[in-house]
Design a binder for this molecule. Structure first.
Ligand SMILES: [Zn+2]
Length: 153
């Protein structure tokens, strides 16, 4: 398995949540709250999974993982390699196809009332590496191309 980084805009309905703008009284619903939840469309099967602000709040600075240890290790390695360790994460298996998915984000209390806000920076999914069969057939193809080159030059 290997971790693959996704283009956020292709798979999320929103990447950030800022409760501060367009709010005049403390009791008012923050403007951006009306756009929630954030919805993630599974990269593998298009299944839609939605997250509430609270999901991100609960996972801020938390080390709890929902992934199996072997899967988590692959993600951890990638995070370390790309120096993304100061992000919080929320990870899960797609309920439909079970693709391992990790959302990296930063969450902080901010704004005039110190309300929680967050921004999503990365999504990684775990994919099977190309099987042995594919590699073998690729090598055969390269060899064939070489043979063709040899005969014409
Ligand atoms: Zn899926």
């Amino acid at each position: 398995m290997k971790a693959v980084s996704l283009n956020l805009k292709d798979f999320l309905t929103a990447t950030s949540y800022n409760p501060s703008p367009n709010r005049f009284r403390e009791g008012e619903t923050p403007f951006s709250e009306r756009n929630l939840p954030v919805e993630y469309k599974c990269e593998n099967c298009d299944y839609r999974i939605s997250f509430k602000t609270d999901d991100f709040r609960k996972h801020t600075n938390l080390t709890h993982t929902n992934l199996r240890l072997t899967d988590r290790k692959i993600i951890d390695k990638t995070i370390k390699k790309l120096k993304l360790k100061d992000n919080s994460f929320l990870d899960f298996y797609c309920p439909n196809c079970e693709q391992a998915t990790t959302i990296l984000f930063k969450g902080v209390p901010s704004g005039y009332w110190g309300i929680f806000e967050f921004e999503i920076y990365h999504i990684f999914v775990l994919k099977f590496q190309e099987g042995r069969e594919t590699i073998v057939s690729k090598l055969k193809k390269i060899k064939r191309e070489k043979d063709v080159k040899n005969t014409c030059c």
